[in-house]
Structures are given as C-alpha cells and as structure tokens.
Design a protein around this ligand. Sequence first.
Ligand code: HEM
Length: 351
Amino acid sequence: MSNFDASVIAAVTGHMNGDHPEDNLLIVRAFGYPEATGSTMTGLDNTAGVWRVEDASGEHEVRVEWPSGAISQRPEIRREVVALYKTACEKLGLPAREEHAPAADAAAHGHGGASPHGHGGASPHGNPHAKPEDDGSFSYAIRTATWGDHSDSEGSSVMEDIMRMRATREEYVDLVVQHYFMYEALEEASKALAADPRFAALHPAAIVREQTLVEDLEFLVGENWRDEISPVPATAAYADRIREIAAEGWLPGIIAHHYTRYLGDLSGGQMIAKRVKKQFGFERAGIAFYDFTELGDLGEFKQAYRGVLDVLGESLDEAERERMVAEVRAAYRFNSDVFVDMKKANEARNA
Ligand code: HEM
C-alpha cells in the first residue's frame, strides 16, 4: 500500500513514461529482464518503484526496491529514481547522464503531471509556471534549468502542509528557526560582498532579513530564543556550503544561493505569509520575515534582479555559467533536504 497520493504517483509515472521511456527500459533490463523490449512505470510506494515489462516471453511486473530503503516524502522519490537509473547504467556498463539525470528534473513534481519544467502544467497556485519568453537571457536559462528543482522544493510536504493551512504552529516555528540559520550564513556572506558593484544592486538594505527573523523568533519562541533553537542537519550543511563558497570568494556561487532564497521569499514566500497570517491570525510579528514593503514594488524588484543576473551571465564563460546553474540546483536540493529533515524531526518529537 502506497503512502503517496495518487496525484503524486500519476505525476511521477506520467513523467517517466512521457519523457524518459528509455530510462524505464534501462532500469528493467538491469533489474531482472535483460531482454526487455518495452517498459512502462506503473506505480510506486514507499519501498519500491513498479514497472510493466515486455519481452519475448510476454508481459511481467517488476518491483525494484529503492536503493536507500523506505522513503516517505516526495523529494525522496526523485532521488531514488535517479539512483536507480545510475545503478542501472553501472550494471549495464553504460555511461550515465550527469547534467540531466532522468527524474532529476521532474519526477515527483507532483503538480498534476506537469511537463519537465513544470511549464504549462495545471498548478494549484494559479499559473506561476507559465513558460516565460525565451529571450536568451541568463536569468531565463537559470529559471528553466532549475524549475524542476523548484517544484521539488515547493512540493515538499512541509510546504504543502503550510499552504493547505494544516501545519501546526510548532512546525511553522521550526521553519522560521531553519530560516534563521540559513540567513545567518547568507547575510554574513552578502555583507562581505557589499562593496562589489556586481552584487550591490542585488542586496539593498531593505532585503536583509536578520532583524525580521529576530523579531519573529522573539515573538514565536520568546526572549531566550537564541538558546532554544537549533538547525536540523540539512540546514547546518546548507549553511556550511554557503560559508565554504564565501571563503572561496566565488561570487556567482553566493549569488546562486542569494537568488534561490530571496527570489523565493519574494514569490512563493508571499503566498506562504498570507496562509500563515490567516491560519494563526498573525499580524506582523511571526511573519515579519516575509514583509518586504521597504523594497518597493516586488515585481519590479524581481525584474531588476533578473537584469543584474543577465549582466553577470554575460561576464561569465559557459563553464562558469553552468557551474552557477549547478549551484542553484544544489541550493534547491538543500532546501528540499531541510524539509525532509524537518519532517523527520517533527515525527521524532511526536513519537
Ligand atoms: C509553497 C511553496 C512555494 C510556492 C507556492 C512557490 C511559488 C513560486 C512562484 C509562483 C514563483 C514565480 C514567481 C514569478 O515568476 O515572479 C516562484 C518563483 C521562485 N521560487 Fe518559489 N515557491 C515555493 C517554494 C519555494 C522554495 C522552497 C524555494 C527555494 C528556497 C523557492 C524559490 C523560488 C525562486 C528562486 C523563484 C524565482 C524563479 C525565477 O523566476 O527565476 N520557491 N515560486
């Protein structure tokens, strides 16, 4: 019996069958049916993926267990399908794709069987995933190359619970706590870059979140909040990665993390604030983090931000641009991992 919603299973199988039929074939050839001529992914549950296989002797069903053992959250499906694909390649002696691993871009997106980057798929949030114009810009390239990772983060159960207003206050407080540790590292790194003209326009004083987080934590946790909070392991690893890039002085790497967090706060974050406000009746305290009034018009700021990314892109060679896009993807993965860890911590608290 699967612990995943039918809509999630439909999204994953739809994606694998629609966009990666050749990977389905590789997986079943490596896991028991070397002569398979056809393969369709038909389902999945918390311990395995299921494929229908065709070969000369007829049709068969094969369950292939997830390499890491039992899983319970949507972002983990993507990780496991990618691992299965890589193991299948190894077993068959074939090179695995690095850049565009099979389900890495979209399996488990979940939004009703969205297409690889979520474009054009029906979204519960209006149509934010509508494909923007391909104007050849670097900001467009970043968004397109990473939208699948965005969907994984957006579709995590922590985000879904908050958006559906069924998260507990404790779970929301934990999100604020994790933000505190992420922004501590990010804003430390940003401060160090303040004098760099390539960075200054991305980081005006009004974007800095430190004070708002302190305000929220004082309200939500109490005066001694600093002694009472701790990061989940994925948040600690995320902050370490930001500090590592800062120590290296790799500007596009810091911008990759800056973009992933702040543009998210200025986009989906605004929707989160509305739900939390409604669910818990907060006014400013508790959701100050999402208040960017002093930045002015958020749409205009995001457009200007993308303009700065475009100029940066022109100054980078192809390899550096790719490296930066890979870091944005890594940033999304850190965020998804934080949600997985938060869920585990919450389950442990309530056990
Ligand atoms: C409930 C969860 C979320 C929802 C509903 C959501 C929704 C959205 C929407 C509607 C946009 C498009 C805004 C626009 O084009 O102006 C967007 C953009 C973005 N989101 Fe999210 N998001 C969520 C979670 C996240 C998370 C967890 C992250 C990463 C930490 C994130 C990072 C971003 C980024 C970087 C963009 C800008 C993409 C671009 O235009 O280049 N989002 N989000």
